[in-house]
Design a protein around this ligand. Structure first.
Ligand code: IMP
Ligand code: MG
Length: 172
């Protein structure tokens, strides 16, 4: 039987998401901001985060599939859904669920930079440090953890457990 060890509670998530929304609102005051959620994992985080953002924003999504049903990244990403908003001269904040090796994020940032943006920053629900391979910066991180495979609040294992309202360390 898989074991679920609680890592981040509902109220911790709520508090930090609210604080992050306030920081982003202050940093992007007066700027044309587009938040791009990375599907599917970021959809819950993004939908909670934007309700704490008080400056005008636009929302788009991108989808990179790299994991399959495994717990390790394959290193190369495939874009299975592209952005739809014209991002030229826009400030972009890329919103991810979790940064592990950083390879997905690095690839997405490189791709988005090629679209003529004014700026790009990154935001993640979880910045997981242990296995980092790409030199990427996570500008806004809700939580920092060192290790472990996490599920819940959008994070999946083989498409399961996304709906859990808290974040757990999954031990198989
Ligand atoms: P990276 O390219 O290794 O940074 O992997 C990033 C992607 O892998 C994330 O967007 C997640 O979809 C997935 N991932 C990495 N670690 C975890 C985890 O602990 N739980 C669930 N998904 C994860
Ligand atoms: Mg995933």
């Amino acid at each position: 039987m898989p074991e679920f060890i609680p890592v981040i509670t509902k109220s911790e998530i709520q508090d930090r998401v609210a604080a992050l929304g306030e920081r982003i609102s202050a940093d992007y005051k007066g700027k044309d901001l587009v938040l791009i959620g990375v599907l599917k994992g970021a959809f819950i985080f993004l939908s909670d985060l934007i309700r704490h953002i008080t400056v005008p924003i636009k929302i788009d999504f991108i989808r990179a599939a790299s994991y399959g049903d495994d717990t390790e990244t394959s290193g190369c990403i495939k874009l299975s859904k592209d952005v739809e908003i014209d991002l030229r001269d826009k400030h972009v904040l890329l919103v991810e669920d979790i940064i592990d090796t950083g390879l997905t994020l690095a690839n997405l940032v490189d791709y988005l930079k090629s679209l003529g943006l004014k700026s790009i920053k990154t935001c993640a629900l979880v910045d997981k440090r242990e296995r980092r391979q790409a030199a990427v910066s996570v500008d806004y991180a809700c939580h920092i953890v060192e290790e472990g495979f996490l599920v819940g609040y959008g994070l999946d294992y083989a498409e399961d457990y996304r709906h859990l309202p808290e974040i757990y360390h999954l031990k198989l």
